[in-house]
Each structure stands twice: as C-alpha cells, then as structure tokens.
Design a protein around this ligand. Structure first.
Ligand code: HEC
Length: 382
C-alpha cells in the first residue's frame, strides 16, 4: 500500500472516530459569526437549481474546504462548476475566502470581517451572493459566451451575528468590486434561525428535534456605487432546514422564492457537509477506538446529555473523558461560572473557540456533566 493510500485510510478512520457537527446554522447565503473551530476541516458541497425566464434549467455546483486556522480566523476555498440543460457543463472558477472575528469576547452583536478573492467566469451559477443589479437575464446567457467572460473580483462583507435564547440573528452587508473596472456593487443577506429543541436528549439520536434547525433568510442586491438602491434588483426569501446526524454529517435544504420581477422565480438549494475534527492531528496518528464502553451509565438525564455533547463538541481538543490534551487543560477544574463564561466567550487568542451558538441549555448540560467529574475526582471512575 503506498503512502497516499495509507494516509487516505487513516484520514477516513479519523473522520469516523472524530465526527463533529458542521454548524453554521441552516443558512445557505447568510453568514453567522460562528467560526470554524481551530484545527477542524469541513468538507461540503452545495447545489442550486433554477430556471430563469427565457433560459434553460441550470445546476450550480460548489465544493468547499473550510479550515479553522485560529479561533478567530477561518479560511475557505471554493471550487465551482455548473451544468445547463440543452447547453453544457463547465468549471466556472474558484474563490478564496477569509473571515476574521473582530472582537475577542461574545457581545450582543458580534462583528466578523469577510474578505474574498474570486476568479470566476460569467457562466458561474453558484449564486453564493446576489449583488448590484444581478438578475435572471444574467442567468440565461449561453455558456459559450458567458464562459469566456472572466471576472476577477474582490468582495468584502461585514457579518453581524447575535445568539439570543437559542435564536441566531445574522445580518451581512456586501461590497463587491471587479479588480479592473466597474463600480462597487452592493448586496445584503439577513437570516434568523433556531434549533427545534434547545436541550439535548441523553441518548445518541438522529431523528430528534435538537438535531434540526429551521430558519428563514432574505437576500438581494442593493445596486451599485452609481445607482444605489432597490431599483431593478433581485431579492429572494428562503425558508431553510438543516439536519445534523449523529455521524457528523449535516444535510440542508432550502427552497427560495424570487420576490421581484428581476429575480429568478424559484431556486432550490441542497447541501451536505462533513467536519473532521483536529484534521492535522488525525493525519499524524492513528485515532482511538470510536466506540468505547460508557462508564457513566448511571448518570442523570442532563449529565448524560452533557457527556454526549462534550464528546461531540469538545473531546477532540480536551480528550474523551475531559482529562485534558495538549494545550487544552482538563476543563472540569475551572469553577462553574468560569466554565460558562469560557463557553460563551472562548479564549480566542489561545485556541479555545466560543460556543455561543450552542443553546444555553446545552452549555449547562455540558457543565452539569463536567461537575460530575469534579465531585468524583477522589474516586476515579476508570
Ligand atoms: C479547538 C480546540 C478546543 C475545543 C473544540 C474546545 N476547547 Fe476548551 N480550550 C481549548 C484550549 C486550547 C484552552 C486553553 C485556553 C487558554 O489557555 O486560555 C481551552 C480552555 C477551556 C476551559 C478553561 C479551562 C481553565 O482551566 O481555565 C474550559 C472550561 C473549556 N476549555 C471547556 C471546553 C468545552 C466544554 C468545550 C466543548 C463545548 C471545549 N472547551 C471545546 C481548546 C478547545
């Protein structure tokens, strides 16, 4: 077996051993202020289907690799293609994106700066954002012509996000500029979402309300530097739903409805993502067994749910039994107040991400499990 083969195999094993939720809420277009956890790699694909008036049905494909460089810095590469019926299929370009969290602690409103370089052509149908006077006429141009029209663009977004009582409310403001000519184009996206249940069940489960998030997003263009405003712009209203399975894969679906004459009438989006925790570490060493006997069978409901959440969200850095690993200390030794504070704010510069996106109930369930470890510190349970 050659080395690449072996690595792939280890990677696959690692992925199965350390699944983690890919969570950015259920949105497709709106960004929340949640960052990729440092060291985690998310692999995702998302598709959009639509049919502009007077054009052919198209299928836009976006493949993504997202990596948490620091707790406050996430980087992402997109590779895109499209297929149009009665026309053809082609590669439509790539984007490289970076997101920086601007404030180290969690606030009412949390700003993140997004900077992206795009090298795509006019046949791109990913519709990852709608800006300027983007409209359905642009979606109807034939591949042979649009594919030759190259666009190099810089895009900046200001992302504002709030997590309040299990709800996420996010607002994005977009400015895009062709590097050579053309004026600035503007756009926006706003979204609101909530998991169907705020507390976690004690047992591992797939079809349980805590694993579903429902949301609604609204996005569209705001014209250009020369013609700012809503005139001749497209806007979409899109309910969204995400389902996170116990294995770590997340599925999303969102029907979108065009609400102005410029917009395409209907867009259907679907996505699948998978997150590999501690990617670099997983490459370096063979992971532990995924299934281990549970020494905490007699725990109360909340403690057990907390343990389940801990293994999913925290174990890749702090160890399966919260014993501490590498730079991540044994968390149970901190006071309850400190644990809740760190879960909310993170310790951004030192590699501990914020978990403000988890509902408060789930953070308390984790605390409740950690405290069972603390009180039994003198009577080791292993
Ligand atoms: C990406 C790795 C990573 C993940 C995931 C992670 N942590 Fe941490 N955590 C750290 C690091 C690194 C530190 C040390 C930060 C510091 O020194 O300020 C830390 C610190 C802490 C502390 C403070 C400990 C002390 O003694 O001050 C607590 C509590 C904690 N983490 C709990 C958790 C919980 C609970 C989760 C899951 C919801 C979690 N962490 C997920 C890396 C991680």
């Amino acid at each position: 077996m050659n080395a690449i083969h072996l690595r792939l195999r280890v990677l696959l094993l690692a992925a199965l051993a350390w699944p983690a939720p890919a969570a950015e809420g259920p949105f497709f277009i709106t960004y929340t202020h949640q960052m990729e956890e440092p060291g985690n790699l998310e692999i995702a694909t998302r598709e959009v289907m639509g049919k502009p008036e007077g054009g052919n049905r198209f299928f836009g494909i976006t493949n993504e690799l997202e990596y948490g460089v620091q707790a406050w810095w996430t980087t992402e590469l997109y590779l895109e293609g499209q297929a149009t019926s009665h026309d053809g299929a082609l590669f439509t370009g790539y984007r490289w994106e970076n997101r920086f969290r601007l404030l180290p602690h969690e606030h009412w409103i949390n700003p993140v700066l997004y900077v992206e370089f795009e090298n795509i052509n006019d046949a791109n149908r990913s519709l990852l954002e709608v800006v300027g006077h983007d409209g359905q006429d642009g979606l109807a141009s034939p591949i042979a012509i649009a594919g030759r029209e190259k666009k190099r663009e810089l895009e900046a977004k200001l992302i504002l996000g709030s997590n309040v009582r299990g709800w996420n409310i996010s607002e994005n403001f977009i400015a895009e500029k062709n590097v050579r000519h053309a004026p600035f184009e503007f756009g926006y996206a706003v979204g609101v979402s909530r998991p169907l249940a705020l507390a976690a069940r004690p047992e591992p489960c797939n079809i349980c309300p805590e694993n579903f998030q429902a949301g609604l997003e609204l996005y569209g263009g705001l014209g250009t530097h020369d013609g700012f405003g809503l005139r001749q712009t497209s806007h979409y209203l899109a309910p969204t739903m995400a389902w996170q399975t116990a294995s770590g894969a997340t599925f999303k679906v969102s029907p979108g409805f065009g609400i102005t004459g410029q917009s395409a009438g209907f867009l259907l989006r679907v996505a699948v993502s998978y997150e590999i925790s501690q990617f670099a570490r997983a490459l370096r060493k063979q992971p532990k067994q995924a299934v281990r006997p549970n020494p905490y069978d007699d725990l109360e409901r909340d403690d057990k749910a907390g343990q389940k959440l801990f293994r999913r969200e925290c174990a890749s850095c702090h160890g399966e039994d919260a014993q501490g690993m590498g730079h991540a200390p044994a968390p149970a030794s901190a006071s309850p107040g400190e644990i809740l504070r760190v879960l909310r704010d993170g310790s951004m510069r030192r590699g501990m991400p914020s978990f403000s996106h988890l509902p408060e109930q789930q953070r308390r369930q984790i605390l409740s499990w950690l405290k069972t470890l603390d009180s039994s510190a003198t009577t080791p349970h292993r």
